[in-house]
Design a protein around this ligand. Structure first.
Ligand SMILES: [Zn+2]
Length: 456
């Protein structure tokens, strides 16, 4: 069925595409950190923290990316990977209707891995949002649902992966090639690793059922394994722990909110009670809901910086796999701030996303002109030696990168009108919706929570 889809996709493009004559010498490596906020990075680097980010930012080019509201992660990551905005690419949020998350079947444009496949360029994608079910690509794809088809909750039954209950249907469509299932499932970190790793206290005390570390580490280990052993020319990794932890713990990081809580140990509890009375359908599981001691507040203030330290170690591990001719881009889909409505209760998304470029193809240094969110797609395509579409609204940022020209095609919008919706049989959708409720992205009936100023 999926092979049929990809044939259909190719047939829908009026122009035939051949690999162009602008092949770069090195690999293009993109690390997406959901919700990474530049102010946290700058502040921690000033304190002598985050050694890998400090090195990358001092040697490379940095900027911000302007993203448009509503700032919802699946929309932005699909825009980055395709070069098209949501009205064109078709992903309008986390879920549409009740209890139905968006999937790759909703995406109406080519993404960089589709373009690479067409050009015969091997690509690696690990964890990128809205990749389930996979399109058969030239290369390897761990979709965003692979981890949801796994037991990700706190106490993982070590027999689960070997048990009969882990049937074919559980992981159908979650990894390409399907033979990589054995490889990836063997890389899921054990409870012992999580308890001895950098964030054991978070793993233990996380208020929602799934701490992001197990998922992020799975994405990273698969990425390391394939990038280190296989010839791929483009590699994309997605990590989401910063976003999840920031939603819940941002108020403790904010000086003003922390001071208010120190002055009145019951203020947060009262505010939460009042908020829940006004919002009976709220599904978020808030941490620290009682009387708060100074120590509670000081410890809670470490959650966000600690997950940034994990991200820095992720970048260190990616750097260890790079060659001198490679190029690395690190970017986020939005920044963070206190919720403008409930600053004591949670963090919310901010329009300025993080951007960093480092390595062989980078010509600029220091702070460069801000990017528009639609610049990312065409820039990635041109950097990878792939044709850019004429109907993309953004521009190739050849002021940041040394790009030796690029070919063009008319469009990368595909005709998917006749494609039937993918039947979603796996339990991964159910687990994903459970997590989205815990983070307050959807209400109890699975409907997306719409508030233009409190994007999730
Ligand atoms: Zn978020």
């Amino acid at each position: 069925m999926l092979h049929f889809f990809s044939r259909l996709i190719c047939a829908s493009l009026a122009i035939s595409i051949s690999a162009c004559g602008h092949q770069p010498a090195g690999r293009l490596v993109v690390v997406g950190i959901d919700g990474m906020e530049r102010q946290v990075v700058d502040g921690m680097i000033q304190q002598g923290d985050l050694p890998n980010l400090a090195m990358l930012m001092s040697e490379g080019a940095t900027s911000s990316i302007e993203v448009v509201r509503p700032i919802i992660s699946p929309i932005v990551w699909t825009t980055y990977a395709s070069g098209y905005t949501k009205d064109v690419h078709g992903v309008l949020g986390w879920s549409h209707g009740a209890v139905k998350p968006y999937t790759s079947a909703d995406v109406r444009v080519w993404r960089i891995w589709d373009a690479a496949t067409e050009a015969g360029i091997p690509v690696l994608v690990s964890g990128w949002l809205i990749t389930y079910p996979y399109n058969p690509i030239d290369g390897h794809m761990l979709t965003d649902r692979f981890v949801w088809a796994m037991p990700m909750d706190r106490r993982m039954d070590p027999d689960f992966l070997r048990s009969e209950s882990m049937g074919q249907q559980e992981h159908d469509g979650t990894i390409w090639p399907p033979g990589d299932y054995q490889v990836a499932s063997a890389l899921v970190p054990s409870d012992q690793w999580l308890e001895s790793a950098q964030l054991p206290y978070q793993f233990d005390r996380y208020s929602t059922v799934f701490h992001p570390l197990r998922k992020d580490e799975t994405h990273l280990r698969y990425f390391e394994k394939i990038l280190g052993t296989t010839d791929v020319r483009i590699a994309l990794l997605y990590q989401n722990g910063v976003d999840q932890v920031s939603h819940l713990y941002w108020p403790f990081l904010d000086e003003n909110q922390a001071r208010l809580m120190l002055e009145d140990p019951d203020l947060r509890a009262r505010t939460l009670k009042d908020y829940l009375n006004r919002h009976p359908y709220e599904t978020r599981t808030y941490p620290l809901t009682g009387t708060l001691s100074r120590q509670d507040i000081m410890e809670a203030a470490q959650w966000v910086p600690d997950i940034y330290r994990y991200v820095d170690s992720v970048l260190g591990r990616v750097l260890a796999l790079l060659e001198p001719e490679d190029t690395l881009i690190v970017l986020s889909d939005h920044g963070f701030r206190c919720s403008p409505y409930e600053p004591l209760l949670h963090g919310s998304h901010r329009e300025q996303a993080f951007f960093l470029a480092w390595g062989a193809a980078v010509r600029a240094s220091g702070e460069v002109e801000k990017l528009d969110e639609v610049d990312v797609g065409p820039t990635l395509l041109a950097l990878a030696g792939l044709p850019v579409a004429d109907d993309m609204k953004g521009r190739v940022r050849d002021d940041i990168f040394a790009i030796d020209g690029w070919d063009t095609v008319e469009t990368r919008v595909m005709n998917r009108v006749s494609i039937p919706a993918v039947e979603d049989k796996s339990l991964s959708g159910e687990r994903l919706m459970q997590q989205l409720q815990a983070l307050g992205y959807v209400d109890r009936s699975g409907r997306p929570i719409e508030n233009p100023f409190e994007s999730r």
